[in-house]
Design a protein. Sequence first.
Length: 549
Amino acid sequence: MRRILSFIAYAFVPTVINAVQISVDESASSNPVFDGYVSYSIEFSSFPEFAGNNSRPNTFSENLLGNLGKIIGTKPYIRVGGNTQDYALYNASLPYGLNGTIDPKRSSDYPTTIFIGPSFFESYNTFKNTKFIHGFNLGLGGNRTSGWQTLLDTVPLACKALGGGKLFAWTYGNEPDLFSTSAQGPVRPPSWNEAEFVDQWLNGTRKIQELLEKNCPDLAKNGTYEYIAPSFAGVGNKLKAPKAWGEGLNEDKNIKLFATHNYISGATSPGVTLQGTLMNHSMTKASVDAHIVEYDKLRRSSLARPTRYTTKADRGSQTPFGAALWGVDFNLYSASVGFKRVHMHMGTNYRYASWQPIATTKATIGTKAPYYGNIAVASFLAPPLPSSPAYSSSSSQATVKHLPIPSTPFLSAYAAYHSTTLSRLIFLNMNSYNTTASGEGLVPLPPTSLVPRPSVTFNFTLPAAYFKGKKEVVVKRLMANGSDAITGITWDAWSYNWELDEGKPVRLANVTRRSESERAWVGEGVSDGGKVGLGVVVEAGSVALVEFV
Ligand SMILES: *[C@@H]1O[C@H](CO)[C@@H](O)[C@H](O)[C@H]1NC(C)=O
Ligand SMILES: *[C@@H]1O[C@H](CO)[C@@H](O)[C@H](O)[C@H]1NC(C)=O
Ligand SMILES: *[C@@H]1O[C@H](CO)[C@@H](O)[C@H](O)[C@H]1NC(C)=O
Ligand SMILES: *[C@@H]1O[C@H](CO)[C@@H](O)[C@H](O)[C@H]1NC(C)=O
Ligand SMILES: *[C@@H]1O[C@H](CO)[C@@H](O)[C@H](O)[C@H]1NC(C)=O
Ligand SMILES: *[C@@H]1O[C@H](CO)[C@@H](O)[C@H](O)[C@H]1NC(C)=O
Ligand SMILES: *[C@@H]1O[C@H](CO)[C@@H](O)[C@H](O)[C@H]1NC(C)=O
Ligand SMILES: *[C@@H]1O[C@H](CO)[C@@H](O)[C@H](O)[C@H]1NC(C)=O
Ligand SMILES: *[C@@H]1O[C@H](CO)[C@@H](O)[C@H](O)[C@H]1NC(C)=O
Ligand SMILES: *[C@@H]1O[C@H](CO)[C@@H](O)[C@H](O)[C@H]1NC(C)=O
Ligand SMILES: *[C@@H]1O[C@H](CO)[C@@H](O)[C@H](O)[C@H]1NC(C)=O
């Protein structure tokens, strides 16, 4: 479908916002993200399910990771950890990867009694060309003998599994700022503080280094033996990161990246709604900015979880498309303020997961809405095509600029630069638009009860010279029937659904925009002080990416 988008005429004065003027710079100083910006964090207890093992590799997961790798140039980095890394004890005679027991009184989402066997580490063999972060157990490691013994037993297994360039870094303990207050059962006394944390961290990491020197000397070398830390759950918990740093957390100078976790909200927190919490740029910005205030002087990576958003409890509700829009806004805003890589957290049966890796009694196998948001982010950051004004033969990562829209919290916009030159724009319209009964994503509303889908035109100008004589830009869309949709989601008319080709891309013929990307034509011979204007129409609950070709 081709659209002529030279000068758009605005024929009426709107009562709601239906056009915004975005100010875009042609170039920006370089502050690029790291490669593999779109990365994942997989719950420790779910790793065998996401990755499979030597005899049964999970090819669905591999396909989905491969798609992102092809788009952005590097497969996602995989952090293996989470609350369950601090419950996992080693049992050398366990004949399979992981034996987890759920205690609903502690958590119904993941097991809190866990044994791993030697074949757990086979899961590090199934994703090709992938770098990993493995999490060792500090929770029980500093609490009981079996926990410490687990560290002694698993360092040799983990380091052998992660040789040959597969290791990115280690973690030791997940969210230790919550160890003495955890809702799933504390593993430290109430008095536990930063100084004791640092003592235990140094004790454990020095033991890890000693075991590496003995078992995997290649991984004990300076520049290879490194951590991401402190992996705190947030900025307002019992332990504070700056204080931990002050107590000497990085005394051994082995912390490669400062890592912090963000929870945009909790499903049970009062007042959580899709529109007010996730599809709300002000909320996202405030939540990310809080990390910046605390960690401004440090290098960063980030592990993020959306709110466990659910329309109604216990109906097997899944994350709606609106949460995928949040994912795009969160990732790009984080990139714009200096986060270098984001690992979106997920586990088996987690409502906010990008995909469900296997069929279980609680959830069907499949690609979920957030994955499509991940694809959109990767497409925005991807290296420019050779025909783009931003193309350069030396590959470089994208610099992201936030383009503020003060008039409403439900729109957001970003620019991507490669080698300081504008390569792409992305526009988010996060006004909700429902097409299913009560917004539950299950029963489509009859066409008679649907209102026409509102839209906003994102209007911007660029110097005519920027287009270097070319007369078109490409527009790609992240789309679904509504922000409440849980199926029928597409990126530029591509589906990555499991049921089509096990997660490999399939071009759909039955969506409105098909066969090739839309192209917007730049007004010929029109100039406004040497500038060319474009307007891109973005429907409520959707995203449009503009590429200069
Ligand atoms: C959109 O852009 C055109 C061309 O620059 C301009 O004439 C028009 O006023 C803009 N409209 C809005 C709402 O910004
Ligand atoms: C370790 O695994 C073996 C084999 O499954 C089992 O018999 C034993 O009870 C396990 N030990 C623990 C402590 O779970
Ligand atoms: C490999 O995975 C399959 C499927 O989950 C499982 O049945 C099998 O026990 C696993 N093998 C080992 C050695 O863990
Ligand atoms: C799995 O763990 C549970 C709980 O600790 C235990 O009762 C069971 O024996 C374990 N199974 C195996 C095969 O080790
Ligand atoms: C390190 O921690 C282990 C387990 O808690 C403990 O046995 C050991 O004494 C500690 N070492 C030092 C030097 O504190
Ligand atoms: C171990 O955890 C228990 C709670 O499970 C806690 O009461 C105790 O203080 C912890 N012990 C140490 C040494 O941290
Ligand atoms: C490791 O390398 C860094 C940077 O090259 C250096 O500052 C540090 O002293 C080295 N540490 C050791 C133990 O060699
Ligand atoms: C959006 O987030 C801001 C900042 O948290 C909040 O003040 C505002 O009420 C939210 N908007 C809605 C509609 O909930
Ligand atoms: C739209 O759907 C969302 C959930 O997807 C729900 O929270 C909201 O109440 C719905 N709005 C209407 C007007 O039904
Ligand atoms: C999307 O809406 C169309 C009607 O406009 C309907 O035919 C289709 O089934 C809907 N798709 C999903 C996944 O609900
Ligand atoms: C669109 O095509 C896909 C793949 O053939 C199919 O799964 C889906 O049900 C179709 N959607 C509609 C609304 O017909």
